[in-house]
Design a binder for this molecule. Structure first.
Ligand code: KIV
Ligand code: ZN
Length: 513
């Protein structure tokens, strides 16, 4: 059995299914480039048939990424498969990933199909996909809750038809590590042609066991591919977290004895990029990428680490990319220095016009903030206003007054589709007043599900505030993110960014899982 463990990143597909995490084509492309620098083995770029936007995003990633295999999800039907193959035409290394539910519950209640029909559809879909693409992955959705006899029959059939990777999903996060490992081993033993495919695991985190289950799938079951996402992003409680699973295998190489292609120094930059793009803040005590992951608060621990780091540290912060937290530019830095720093951070801009717009924003920020960190630059380019065509609403100016004992008041000017609006409102606080002022003109009727403020760089009140606003309207949930040294301004930007996302009408078919 191979010692190489394949890291299959699905941040841009399963991760994007988190409520409000949907990303634009440009945002996905930027993250895909970071995943390429991280040297994952496979990028699942999206679900091409789910919407035109997803098709375009998969296509853009397939055209741009050369070093990593690019994959699109597809349901088990010819239209989806053709759409996936079309989107992947420009890829150096394409993969089509077909899924079809095999549990009694999903077949009876969701698909309304018999076992015979599911078996036939699985067989025909893989046969068709194999004609279009040499690399076909098959996932029996809700595989872990499927009848093992039936599952073995389906998996044998799809391997016969040309599936080269068999991915076993624990779609609802129901598995327990030892049982899941045994399940994978049992499948590999009972499926007669199991040696013709790479076995993969795809675990959801509903019981907080996704990483443990994936590792058990590898160690007990013999899987050689793990599907995971940056920051564990994903529907409900999310997916197996890439940074945790990778660092477990790296740190305990003595036990796992597996080779990984991942460049771990890119883990923290990837985590930041995904968090800033989606508005999903990383909890401070999150392993590897949380702000406190390497902070020692207790005196005894601090003393120990000063004497010998390995008294309390099993990994080094700088190895996973924490060292990037340094001052990089200031107000005297020129356009070339800015452009070079963008390149070092792996941020590619499509046109000189985009660089100019980003540089103008950088200058504006540098006037108000003496030290500019990498995180500030990433936030700056994540800001939608770098690509004005993506914006319907844009903040022009904001002033607010708050004083002890008085009701705060805000005055906001913003553009909507090129037309200027001015609005004022009172509120419980300056943020509330500003958002109420905007809403009084826009009248979106959206319900606010979440408002959160986070410091982009830790350690001082000079940091920019990064605000996430989650809005819900007519069943759609979107996250807006805004950054500014003034958190009231950041809040108004975040609110307008969420309204911009609600404005984009793109309908998509939801993938399961
Ligand atoms: O969780 C799941 O079952 C999935 C499949 C589409 C692979 O995401
Ligand atoms: Zn899933």
């Amino acid at each position: 059995m191979s010692d190489k463990l394949i890291i299959f990143d699905t941040t841009l597909r399963d991760g994007e299914q988190s409520p409000g995490a949907s990303m634009t084509r440009e945002e996905k492309l930027r993250i895909a480039r970071q995943l390429e620098r991280l040297r994952v083995d496979v990028i699942e770029a999206g679900f091409a048939a789910s919407s035109n936007g997803d098709f375009e995003a998969v296509k853009a990633i397939a055209d741009a990424i050369r070093e990593v295999k690019v994959c699109s999800l597809a349901r088990a039907n010819d239209r989806d498969i053709l759409r996936a193959a079309d989107a992947l035409k420009g890829a150096a290394n394409p993969r089509v990933h077909i899924f079809l539910a095999t549990s009694e519950l999903h077949m009876a209640k969701k698909l309304r199909m018999t076992r015979e029909q599911v078996l036939e559809q699985a067989r025909l879909s893989v046969r068709y996909a194999h004609k279009l693409c040499g690399d076909v992955e098959f996932s029996p959705e809700d595989g872990y809750r499927s009848d093992p006899d039936f599952l073995c029959q389906v998996l044998e059939a799809v391997i016969d038809e040309g599936a080269t990777t068999i991915n076993v999903p624990d779609t609802v996060g129901y598995a327990i590590p030892e049982l899941f490992g045994d399940f994978i081993r049992m499948l590999r033993q009972r499926v007669p042609n199991s040696d013709k495919a790479v076995w993969s695991v795809h675990c959801h985190n509903d019981l907080g066991l996704a990483v443990a289950n994936s590792l058990a799938g590898v160690m007990i079951g013999g899987a050689r591919q793990i599907e995971c996402t940056i920051n564990g992003l994903g529907e409900r409680a999310g997916n197996c977290s890439l940074e945790e699973v990778v660092m477990a295998i790296r740190t305990r190489r003595d036990y796992f004895k597996l080779d990984l292609g991942v460049d771990i120094s890119q883990i923290v930059p990837a985590s930041r990029m995904v968090s800033q793009t989606t508005g999903f803040v990383v909890q401070p005590n999150k392993a590897v990428v949380g702000a406190n992951a390497f902070a020692h608060a207790s005196g005894i621990h601090q003393d120990g680490v000063l004497k010998a780091r390995d008294t309390y540290e099993i990994m080094r912060a700088e190895d996973v990319g924490w060292s990037t937290n340094k001052i990089v530019l200031g107000k005297l830095s020129g356009r070339n220095a800015f452009k070079a720093r963008l390149q070092e951070l792996g941020i590619q801009m499509e046109s000189e016009g985009e660089i100019n717009a980003a540089f103008a924003r950088f200058k504006d920020l540098a006037d108000r903030k003496s030290e500019i960190f990498d995180e500030d630059i990433i936030a700056l380019v994540s800001d939608e206003s770098v690509t004005p065509e993506a914006e319907h609403y844009r903040l022009l100016s904001l002033s607010q007054h708050s004083e002890t004992g008085e009701r705060p008041h805000a005055q906001v000017s913003f553009a909507a589709g090129g037309v200027e609006h001015h609005a004022g409102s009172d509120g419980n606080g300056p943020v509330d007043a500003s958002l109420k002022a905007i809403e009084s003109k826009v009248q979106s009727g959206a319900e606010m599900m979440l408002y959160s403020v986070n410091a982009i760089t830790s350690g001082s009140t000079e940091s920019q505030g990064e605000v996430t606003v989650r809005l819900q309207l007519g069943g759609r949930v979107v996250n807006g993110v805004g950054a500014d040294p003034d958190i009231v301004v950041a809040s108004a930007k975040a609110y307008l960014s969420a309204l911009n996302k609600l404005q984009s009408k793109a309908e998509r078919v939801a993938a399961q899982g």
